[in-house]
Design a protein around this ligand. Structure first.
Ligand SMILES: C[S@@+](CC[C@H](N)C(=O)[O-])C[C@H]1O[C@@H](n2cnc3c(N)ncnc32)[C@H](O)[C@@H]1O
Length: 272
């Protein structure tokens, strides 16, 4: 809560939308850290790594406004109002959002609302989970000779139904990255079974880039049972396409490189 003593009318109201990255606290940009260091208020989301708050000054007001499915602490309208109130009271407001603020982050709505109240705005992009989470699992979203494009899709529309874009995506040859898809896993596998067959490769990565990250890789035919067996939950992304096989290839390459390295170390020792 803001108190009157916190009021600083010399400050210009400003909103900076900052992408916090996918979870690992080192995967924020330098510009994002600098914005936090200047902040008088930080409004942060559920998927933001709280360790990032250490970059904000001690006097900074830090407010959790996270929304997780089924558990809303603030509605979007309330968040928009808070941004405006805090910006006029305290000046520099940082809105810290998981991943990139413009990838299923409702960042545009917050910017538009602030601007409609005459508040200056800035955007600091973040590393989206859609790209970083597969990358850390050695899954390239595009690879020469395998796939020429990737689609990032939310499984759930604002009305709760399955996104029709998924229907189009399943008919393409692209790598498909599905966000917010775990509750629709059965429907997703049904759709991809129809258009790409049971053998299509698929991975689910939960808590990507965090210490508790876990992955399930398989095919459309067995992913549901694997996810159940491994108790996969949210937040998770689903990656569908042949590039998923690179994950296993990567693990094998790592083992071979390690074996080669050990063999070379052994040779060097023998020479000496
Ligand atoms: C509301 S969207 C926000 C996406 C975010 N703006 C981004 O660019 O990463 C939240 C969804 O992103 C995905 N997600 C975000 N962080 C994740 C992580 N560390 N591991 C796996 N999935 C993640 C999940 O599908 C989650 O339900």
């Amino acid at each position: 809560m803001c108190t009157k003593s916190m009021l600083d009318r010399t400050k210009q109201p400003k909103l900076t939308l900052v992408g916090a990255g996918p979870g690992d606290e080192e995967l924020i940009t330098l510009k994002g850290v600098k914005a936090l260091q200047q902040a008088n208020v930080v409004l942060y989301d559920a998927l933001v790594n709280r360790a990032l708050l250490k970059h904000a000054p001690e006097h900074c007001v830090k407010v959790y406004v996270g929304k997780r499915a089924g558990k809303h602490s603030f509605t979007q309208t309330e968040i928009n109002q808070l941004i405006v109130e805090y910006a006029f009271l305290l000046g520099d407001v940082v809105r810290l959002k998981g991943g990139d603020p413009f990838v299923f982050g409702r960042g545009a709505e917050e910017i538009e609302h602030a601007q409609s109240h005459g508040i200056a705005t800035q955007v600091v992009p973040g590393i989206s989970s859609a790209i970083a989470v597969p990358a850390l699992q050695n899954i390239p979203l595009t690879k020469r000779g395998i796939t020429r494009s990737f689609w990032v899709i939310t499984a759930t529309t604002c009305c709760g139904g399955l996104s029709q874009d998924l229907l189009l995506a399943a008919q393409s040859k692209a790598t498909i990255v599905v966000l917010m898809g775990m509750r629709k896993l059965q429907q997703i596998t049904q759709l991809f079974r129809k258009y790409r067959g049971n053998g299509e490769a698929i991975a689910i990565i939960q808590n990507g880039t965090r210490h508790n990250e876990q992955i399930a890789t398989g095919t459309i035919a067995n992913i549901e049972s694997l996810a159940k067996k491994q108790a996969m939950g949210t937040p998770a992304i689903i990656v569908i396409g042949q590039v998923v096989k690179e994950n296993l290839a990567g693990v094998q390459k790592e083992i071979m490189t390690r074996q080669l390295f050990n063999a070379n170390v052994h040779k060097i020792k023998t020479i000496h």
